[in-house]
Design a binder for this molecule. Structure first.
Ligand code: HEM
Ligand SMILES: [Cu+2]
Length: 546
């Protein structure tokens, strides 16, 4: 009898028996020239995880510096660079591309029963464009860094700063094209490649979220692109667009910047909300409660997000009338967010909830997003924001939404789809430990900053009054717990690649196509036979509906 090869000799899990997208072809070149959305998703995944690690290292340095007032480990100039590079890496290299380009690329075509995205070559090109942009960013870091803050506010960025502003902003400009192209690709794919029977209202909710996100990516990103080009011109040729000493208007820059960057915060959060919907429905064995309400609220959030940017500028010199209108409109964002919250809780109600690793992250998301969203309403009130603007309260708020909500949902999604992507199960024990440390460390670090902010600790300051030291030291210790959580998460995932048990096609008893109709890992074409969809979203044959 012939010797049976072990999983490691084959380089894949024998359970699926034969070829899959990982072993169909081998070698680096086969990856770099692939047009398979799954491989492109994996390459994005590796890229954003590198971005996250880079941003994380700068974060730990920033927190370490703030352990004591005055100098702890670096100079004031180095501190300005450390927080700028932390913010820029986290926003542009990690959180914006995180869910759509990595997990989204992997699951979107499978979830609608398609073989690939509408434009597979364009998809590969988007990845290369992203790498080129990231290379400019790296060049900026290596050639002296940037110290403007990730918002590149003028006139400091256009004239005063002596750091590599042009390289960094050009990198962001280039990465924007990647974002736009991915958005276009997803919109066309969702319109054109849904399998027979897969109507829009049968799509898993993460796809509605990715659809809404794509609309923002396509409509808002060009505004940032043009703004950055103008900034580069101003800095290189002193043309007088933004610089007041040349007759320009610095507030104009803020309008342009936030016209993109407020919608961009929804590029970050909507996919997180979508992933949460998948996790909560799958691991409570429920159909989503209020499906249409969640789907439409994603689109509503995308639309409202375009008319609230002025809430970042209450103290920037805009008229009182504008502030009043922007404040009023900001509160509208809370309505669709609240609708989602209500329906997620309704989904969990009476479900058979499994407290496994993805579900822990899903519940963590609900808790942290509640805090992040509600504190946004505090800031949306003009009278309150006058006190809290540019304090640690704002820092705490946006970390609760960007990291507490989006990043937690991303890592929950990573555990959720890990068996599908790699064909391996991870250690439940290590995963839970990683979650516990991350969750505790996160609140430890950032809840403290709400208190610091209300007591008047300003944001982006190197030095501070002695009275703030205990809270700063407390927050820094939290960052070490948080860092340990991520380290253990990394170990749990890497170990699973080497020694994880083979994953069955559907380890979760899921109801969406990637679980019901593909192997783990899927074959290159995704499905053996063409798909015809006869069930509603999250419907399992014979299961009662809400
Ligand atoms: C219920 C939803 C939200 C509301 C009402 C809200 C409101 C606000 C307001 C009023 C500010 C300005 C505070 C100031 O500068 O003094 C702000 C800042 C910020 N928010 Fe939100 N927000 C919400 C959700 C989000 C989400 C989902 C994200 C990201 C995923 C986010 C990220 C940020 C960031 C990054 C800043 C700081 C910008 C800066 O000054 O650098 N927010 N938010
Ligand atoms: Cu905003």
């Amino acid at each position: 009898m012939a010797k049976v090869a072990t999983a490691d000799e084959l380089g894949h899990v024998p359970e699926t028996g034969g070829k899959n997208y990982l072993n169909q072809t081998t070698g680096i070149a086969s990856w770099l020239t692939t047009v398979d959305h799954k491989r492109i998703g994996i390459m994005y995944l590796i890229t954003v995880l590198v971005g996250f690690t880079l941003g994380g290292i700068f974060a730990l340095l920033v927190r370490l510096e703030l352990l004591t007032p005055g100098k702890t480990i670096m100079t004031a100039q180095q501190y300005n660079q450390a927080f700028t590079l932390h913010g820029a890496a986290m926003v542009f290299l990690f959180i914006i591309p995180s869910i759509p380009a990595s997990l989204g690329n992997f699951i979107l075509p499978i979830m609608i029963g398609a073989k690939d995205v509408a434009f597979p070559k364009l998809n590969l090109m988007s990845l290369y464009v992203f790498w080129i942009g990231a290379a400019f960013m790296l060049a900026a870091i290596l050639s002296g860094g940037v110290d403007t803050g990730w918002t590149f506010y003028v006139p400091y960025a256009s004239g005063v700063s002596t750091t590599s502003v042009i390289l960094a902003t050009f990198g962001v400009f280039v990465m924007g094209f990647s974002s736009i192209l991915t958005g276009l690709n997803f919109i066309v794919t969702l319109h054109k490649l849904r399998a027979p029977g897969m109507t829009f209202f049968r799509m898993p909710l993460v796809l509605w979220a990715l659809y809404a996100t794509s609309i923002i990516q396509v409509l808002a990103t060009p505004v940032l692109g043009i703004t950055l080009v103008l900034l580069i011109f101003e800095r290189a040729f002193h043309v007088g667009i933004f610089d007041p000493t040349l007759g320009g208007d610095p507030v104009l820059f803020q309008h342009f910047f936030w016209f993109y960057s407020h919608p961009a915060v929804y590029i970050m959060i909507l996919p997180g909300m979508g992933v949460a919907s998948e996790i909560l429905a799958t691991h409570s064995q429920r159909r989503i409660f209020g499906y249409k309400a969640i789907a439409f609220s994603s689109v509503a959030i995308a639309l409202v997000s375009f008319v609230v940017w002025g809430h970042h500028m209450f103290v920037a010199g805009q008229s009182e009338l504008s502030s009043a209108i922007f404040s009023f409109l900001t509160f509208f964002v809370a309505i669709p967010s609240g609708v989602k919250m209500f329906n997620w809780l309704g989904t969990l109600w009476g479900g058979s909830i499994k407290l496994n690793v993805p579900m822990l992250y899903g519940l963590g998301f609900l808790f942290l997003f509640a805090i992040g969203g509600l504190t946004g309403l505090f800031l949306g009130m003009v009278s309150v924001d006058l006190h809290l603007h540019d304090t640690y309260f704002v820092v705490a708020h946006f970390h609760y939404v960007m990291m507490g909500s989006t990043a937690i949902a991303f890592f929950g999604g990573l555990y959720h789809w890990w068996p599908k992507m790699t064909g391996r199960m991870y250690s439940e024990k290590l995963g839970r430990l990683a979650f516990a440390l991350t969750f505790i460390g996160f609140n430890w670090t950032f809840f403290t900053q709400f208190i610091l902010g209300t007591r008047g600790m300003p944001r982006r300051y190197y030095n501070y009054l002695d009275q703030f030291q205990p809270l700063h030291a407390f927050s820094t210790v939290g960052s070490w717990i948080l860092g340990t959580g991520f380290l253990i998460m990394g170990i749990s995932l890497l170990r699973s690649l080497k020694s994880g048990a083979p994953a069955p096609g559907d380890p979760w008893k899921g109801a969406t196509l990637e679980w019901t109709h593909t192997a783990s890992p899927p074959i290159t074409e995704n499905f053996e036979k063409p798909i015809i969809v006869t069930l509603d979203a999250y419907e399992r044959p014979g299961q009662e509906t809400h």
